[in-house]
Design a protein around this ligand. Structure first.
Ligand SMILES: *Cc1c(COP(=O)(O)O)cnc(C)c1O
Length: 404
């Protein structure tokens, strides 16, 4: 809603926890003939009863771009999960990264970005933001409160992602947020991996929490969407930028994610347990040097994860003990259940060798190739059998592989 004031249509919310609130938020069945779910509104034009109302825009909905009951239902549910004052929706997770950066940065500003950031986020910073005259600097995720020394008079924002993309470096979010605020900078955080069920950035000092709703919230690999959830202080400017850029999302896509949110907690419980089981199993394999999973006690960022997060999702990586791209390909090409594909957070297991060549300070592991796994909702034993095919392909002599 353009004025930023949410209409409280939910009844009996007092004392409920976020998950329960999220299941009820955004839609009052009594106002829709009792139907449990909201209507999917397809809209551009909204009619006004008279010119006075039109001139004053004195009604709840004014134009399709400005939101519909369907997009608002999803925004409200995300607000409950994130504990935010307002949420905007955009057509992809990447747009949820670019829109807040465009909303708050100007020519001459300095932006600090964690080096283990999602690759396309880096590309946006290195192309469009640089062209706009924004000075972009990458920092080591291990810097912690040391980030204070990187703050300059023109530092406008700190961009975090935790854990880091593909290599899962953890960050002390509170320490970094406090340092940024002390220097007058805003804090944005890509919270896609944890989902708001396992981490609520705004409670750790972050101003803007970013999600690729394409991942776990959608959950079925059939929709692309993004969201940015904001504090009371940042929401108006974020919403204004969304409207200035002419971005919003269609009712069908918003509804798919609204629907996905209803089962996200049970799906994540399975993703979490299955991924941990497979991560531990991989850790015991001689072909594996290290498993990069924040919930494993062996992981260097484990304590930071445990202190701040309440769970782990289903995405992690392993560092192979030796070999290179050829071995990584042999492993991946032998898999029959794990699909080779981008993105994650859906019901299906996926594997790939991520490109880590863009890192500048948080460098890629060197013992062997890094393989990233999204553990889906299949039977865990079937997934282990599939991974055994990968390990067997590593053991096969190269000549036999070439002939196969
Ligand atoms: C996938 C992803 C995005 C981008 O989401 P899309 O919907 O694919 O554009 C952004 N951030 C992170 C951490 C992601 O994993």
């Amino acid at each position: 809603m353009q004025e930023g004031e949410k209409v409280s249509i939910e009844k009996g919310f007092d004392g409920l926890r976020p998950q329960t609130r999220a299941l009820r938020a955004g839609h009052d069945p009594a106002s829709h003939h009792g139907f449990v779910n909201p209507a999917v509104v397809h809209a551009s034009t909204v009619l006004f009863p008279n010119t006075d109302t039109m001139r004053k825009r004195a009604q709840l909905y004014t134009y399709g771009l400005r939101g519909t009951p369907t997009t608002e239902a999803l925004e409200r549910a995300l607000d409950e999960l994130e504990g935010s004052a307002g949420t905007i929706l955009v057509p992809s997770g990447l747009a949820a990264v670019s829109v807040p950066l465009l909303a708050f940065l100007s020519s001459g500003d300095h932006l600090l970005v964690v080096d283990s950031v999602y690759g396309p986020t880096r590309l946006f910073c290195d192309t469009m933001l640089k062209r706009m005259g924004v000075e972009v600097e990458y920092f080591d995720p291990a810097l912690g409160a040391g980030i204070a020394a990187r703050m300059k008079a023109n530092t406008r924002a700190l961009f975090l992602e935790a854990p880091g993309s593909n290599t899962f470096e953890m960050i002390d979010v509170r320490a970094m947020s406090d340092a940024a605020h002390a220097a007058g900078a805003l804090v944005m955080m890509d919270n896609t991996w944890a989902t708001p069920l396992f981490f609520r950035p705004l409670e750790h000092g972050v101003d803007l929490s970013i999600h690729a709703l394409t991942k776990y919230p959608g959950g079925h690999s059939d929709v692309m969407l993004g969201s940015v959830s904001a504090t009371r202080e940042t929401y108006q400017r974020l919403r204004a930028a969304q409207m200035q850029l002419g971005l919003n999302v269609g009712g069908d896509d918003a509804y798919l994610v609204f629907r996905g949110l209803k089962t996200m907690a049970v799906r994540l419980a399975h993703h979490q347990a299955a991924a941990l089981e497979i991560a531990r199993w991989m850790e015991a394999r001689p072909e594996v040097s290290r498993v990069l999973h924040p919930a494993l006690p062996s992981f260097p960022g484990h304590d930071l994860w445990k202190r701040q997060f309440s769970g782990a999702s289903g995405l992690f990586s392993v560092v192979m003990a030796g070999g290179g791209t050829r071995e990584a390909s042999a492993f991946l090409d032998a898999l029959q259940i794990f699909g080779l594909g981008y993105s994650w957070g859906g019901f299906e297991s996926l594997a790939l060798q991520p490109d880590l060549s863009d890192r500048t300070v948080a460098l890629a592991p060197e013992e062997g190739p890094v393989l990233r796994f999204q553990i889906g909702l299949e039977d865990v034993e079937d997934l282990k059998d599939d991974l055994l095919r990968g390990f067997e392909a590593l053991a096969a002599p190269a000549s036999a592989r070439d002939m196969a």
